[in-house]
Design a protein around this ligand. Structure first.
Ligand SMILES: Nc1ncnc2c1ncn2[C@@H]1O[C@H](COP(=O)(O)OP(=O)(O)OP(=O)(O)O)[C@@H](O)[C@H]1O
Ligand SMILES: O=P(O)(O)OC[C@H]1O[C@H](OP(=O)(O)OP(=O)(O)O)[C@H](O)[C@@H]1O
Ligand SMILES: O=C(O)c1cccnc1
Ligand SMILES: [Mg+2]
Length: 574
């Protein structure tokens, strides 16, 4: 049985050096077999037919995928899902069975030749430009730019959106919870049972790891993505033991000497000696102190995992039973040469109970010459969310590890990110979706984003992003660059870059994925932390964060406004 040195029972992957990702060894297909060309809205297929029918099958289209508002009342988003997009695009193909189905649902009268066209359709003429996965991104920035034949690029819309919206949302949620908890705390994802189905769960486990969580209870996600799989135990394990008789006469050997002792007897002796510190009268017969079933469960778990003993202490009474039973078993383990790990608290006032637990650990550590107990790990769970963690911080909690499930994986505070996919150019002609609401205008044409960075090394920070047309020269380090608000004329600023990063890169062309540009999950996780370090604190704070500036270059401003005026009809008042 693999055991974690940090006490959580965990999978073998943790603690091992992770080898550099070798993509050639992978079957580069979508993780979820539901990710296939038919996983789209029917209207993509009907539009593809109408494009084909009207002679637009070879029109060259450019689509931008972007969102308009950051989630969770925040001012940043973590971009995630690109690898799955590439897995999907590179394996895109309609099966014969798909074609039969499409024929059956398309309006009657569609020409047969279209279905032959669909059957032979590939993404070999599609190019995918994107921002690196794990980057911090902002409203209106094209996260992905798809170029290629109109019907094919159109058919990708819905699937790409579903492959990016949830991953980016849940990775952002995780990054926010990491920020609330602080760098030093351990964060575990416990959401599988409450997630929106198997894909919601597995995706969440993957992307919250990228966002800054340390591990997951989801064993399949651990296996699929090499994420540390970790966990404690449930209330059912405690409830399954009702009396001390169930672990009576079980002996345990000393780790070094091999000397055998009656483990339960040792636990009972310590419980009795410790009970005054817990202000209970310990009487194993009447059960007036620590609950006997609970002690039996803890003893059984400790015997199974002597190096990884972490007890769920809130089944009966955290202060009077759970913590007492834990300390007694921990001391018995200590006598046998093992180190207990800690406790999990899953109900009640988590700040108060964690502080009381720490005090009791310190008292027992001192009284029983058992110093390691003073720093035993305290895990907390129970409906945790970002706000609760901030509140627990204010109350000076003593929690070392947060187990977070429902709110994290379902993104209860904001259950969807609103990425959209808009046509911005066709056959070299710019396209713009006009709206009364300036925030909803699309920025036309093929564009690229530059991120202007101020300062170096530990003083480096993101200053402003500037969207330009692909033909413009990039901003240069050390040269003032004029950046304009995309829609408000008076809002302009000069920015002086110390360095400039081009955010877009080419990831797929001529049917080939540029694997050398794809990071491993570990590298993605590091990329998120690097990006967040470079983002100023005022953009990241919880309350009323400052919006990060996303600007356009003067030529793009002119281009966009000329097109806007040309496209907006003029009214006639009379
Ligand atoms: N000190 C605290 N400050 C702020 N929120 C807390 C604190 N302690 C716990 N919470 C949160 O308060 C909520 C308590 O949930 P709830 O009222 O269901 O109580 P419970 O402890 O689960 O009780 P029960 O055992 O009766 O189900 C949880 O969402 C938990 O995360
Ligand atoms: O509260 P969440 O953030 O969703 O975290 C996951 C929850 O799932 C478990 O509870 P459950 O009652 O299902 O089982 P248990 O017996 O292990 O507590 C765990 O104890 C947490 O309370
Ligand atoms: O391992 C745990 O403690 C765990 C796993 C899933 C859900 N709640 C808790
Ligand atoms: Mg629970």
């Amino acid at each position: 049985m693999p055991q974690a040195t940090d006490g959580m029972v965990d999978g073998e992957v943790d603690g091992l050096e992770r080898p550099k990702k070798d993509w050639s060894k992978e079957d580069f297909r979508p993780t979820n077999s539901l990710t296939q060309p038919l996983l789209t809205d029917l209207y993509q297929l009907t539009m593809a037919y109408a494009y084909w029918k009207s002679g637009k099958k070879d029109a060259h289209a450019v689509f931008d995928l972007f969102f308009r508002k950051n989630p969770f009342d925040g001012e940043y988003t973590i971009f995630a899902g690109l690898e799955e997009v590439l897995r999907y695009i590179s394996s895109f193909h309609f099966s014969e069975d798909d074609i039969r189905y499409i024929k059956s649902v398309m309006p009657p009268g569609c020409e047969d030749e279209f279905f032959h066209y669909l059957q032979d359709l590939t993404t070999k003429d599609i190019s995918v430009y994107a921002i690196a996965e794990g980057s911090v991104v902002f409203p209106r920035e094209p996260l992905v730019r798809i170029e290629g034949p109109l019907p094919v690029a159109q058919l990708l819309e819905t699937t790409l959106l579903t492959l990016i919206n949830f991953p980016s949302l849940v990775a952002t949620n995780a990054a926010r919870i990491r920020r609330a908890a602080g760098e030093k705390k351990e964060l575990l994802e416990f959401g599988l049972r409450r997630a929106q189905g198997p894909d919601g769960a597995v995706s969440a486990s993957k992307y919250v790891y990228i966002g800054g969580f340390d591990g997951t209870s989801n064993a399949l996600a651990g296996k699929l993505f090499n994420i540390p799989a970790k966990g404690t135990h449930a209330h059912s394990f405690v409830a399954a033991f009702t009396s001390l008789d169930e672990v009576k006469n079980m002996t345990m050997k000393h780790k070094e000497s091999g000397k055998e002792v009656d483990f339960l007897e040792l636990c009972l002796r310590y419980r009795s000696e410790m009970s005054p510190l817990f202000r209970v009268v310990d009487d194993a017969e009447s059960g007036s102190g620590g609950n006997n079933g609970e002690l039996a469960a803890f003893a059984a778990y400790a015997m199974a995992f002597p190096n990884g003993f972490l007890a769920l202490v809130d089944t009966f009474d955290t202060l009077r039973s759970g913590l007492l039973n834990f300390c007694a078993v921990a001391k018995a383990l200590h006598d046998l040469g093992y180190a207990a790990v800690g406790v999990r608290i899953d109900s009640g006032d988590l700040a108060y109970l964690s502080k009381e637990a720490r005090l009791l650990f310190k008292k027992v550590a001192h009284r029983f010459s058992f110093p390691a107990l003073a720093t035993a790990k305290i895990v907390a769970s129970n409906d945790l969310k970002e706000e609760t963690i901030y509140s627990l911080n204010e109350q000076e909690h003593q929690i070392d590890c947060f187990g977070v499930g429902t709110h994290l994986v379902t993104c209860q505070k904001q259950p969807a990110l609103g990425c959209v996919y808009k046509l911005v150019e066709i056959d070299g002609q710019p396209r713009m979706k006009i709206s009364q609401d300036a925030a909803k205008l699309t920025i036309p044409g093929r564009k690229v984003i530059y991120r202007i960075i101020k300062g170096e090394d530990e003083y480096a920070e993101y200053l402003i992003d500037v969207i330009q047309t692909v033909d413009e020269p990039p901003p240069e380090a050390g040269k003032r660059h004029l950046c304009r608000h995309p829609f408000e004329e008076a809002k302009r600023t000069y920015a002086l870059p110390t360095s400039v990063e081009c955010l877009h890169d080419l990831y797929f062309q001529n049917g080939k994925v540029f694997f050398e540009k794809l990071p491993s999950l570990e590298e993605l996780r590091n990329n998120v932390q690097r990006n967040l370090r470079l983002l100023r604190n005022d953009h990241k704070r919880r309350l009323n964060p400052t919006p990060y500036k996303v600007s356009v270059s003067p030529p793009l401003y002119e281009y966009l406004h000329t097109l806007w005026l040309a496209s907006a009809p003029i009214g006639d008042l009379y």
